[in-house]
Design a binder for this molecule. Sequence first.
Ligand code: PLP
Length: 412
Amino acid sequence: MEEPGAPRDRELNSADHLALMAGHAAHNYAPLDVVIASGEGAWVTDVDGRRYLDALAGYSALNFGHRHPQLIKVAVDQLHRLTLTSRAFHAEPLGPFCRALAGLTGKDMVLPMNSGAEAVETALKVARRWGHDVRGVAPDRGTVIVMDGNFHGRTTTIISFSTDEDSRRGFGPYTPGFTVVPYGDVEAIRQAITDDTVAVLLEPIQGEAGVIIPPDGFLREVRELCTRDGVLLIADEIQSGLARTGRTFACDHEDVAPDVYVLGKALGGGIMPVSAIAADRAVMDVITPGSHGSTFGGNPLAAAIGHEVVRMLSTGHWQQRATELGAVLTAGLQSLTDVGVVAVRSRGLWAGVDIDQTLMSGKELCRRLADRGVLAKDTHGSTIRLAPPLVVEDADLELLVDTLRTVLVAAG
Ligand SMILES: *Cc1c(COP(=O)(O)O)cnc(C)c1O
């Protein structure tokens, strides 16, 4: 008899899967040659039975690790009740989820979507309509100030203001209405604001760019500037939010409340794509029936899981874990400066590590780490990103640092 849940393709090995992917899946990623079959907590197992420490955690989508029992239970219970209604009708889990997420963000209202990019798009639409309806900006004039090195997703509008050539090339014509300024430069924002500016959109820490942390006081100064000039501050906390940095939101480190939170990734508990924006009524009320929506946004399964994520975050346990484990990881990484680590940027359990570029590329480092049972992701050049699930143990972090040392020493 077949094992419960055993896929029919169980007999395929890694090489078979890699061939299928090369032949039949679009090449929009260049993943490591690891084919994962199962996961639990901070560990995954590939189709050939090799185990790996997951030090990326789905770019923070897996903050609670793989298949956290509390989240799986809620998901399974909901699977047995109701999975989808569309928004043409109300569904039981959505109201309680929205109230809980509003509470977590300190905002009045929530608009649920699915992917992170959709939530960013939602924030941009809300900001432009708010600019028009509330601020009196002329139609088609509302502009948004964005940051150099940003990453907000992959839709046509979002890549229109990306500064990464690979993300943009060949996809024009691009959506107008965005002004790019250097990240961390409050003076540049001040100078870029005009009567047509409706919002400033930023990541409180730039993840994709390599865990770039802005200068102390930057977020607070941008907040003051936006308040003074009547411009919305939109914080994309899709990767930085939900306990990753040791606080519920990265903006909390500067006691800053943006006008609009953009959330995703961990909001889906590593199970579903669940995203949302949160804002006060004065902003959210510009959204009227028919003006925005999504067939799957806020579906019962997503809402049940998202609600459990909010419950889990409401105790402070995960934020504290990120702080404590983050201190362990950071100290470990800083001890590697003698073997080729040239910079460590970290906040909570999230680190960008630059290595001596004469040793090897970030990609090659990740390949060699995977050979030794640790999964991490490179970003530009010789930088790697570490964001282990918050369920990781001290011993796992030791293993991570030791493996990095071994690989760097072998190359040096
Ligand atoms: C991942 C990410 C997004 C896009 O989310 P998707 O779910 O991939 O569309 C947007 N902003 C930030 C900061 C992200 O890290």
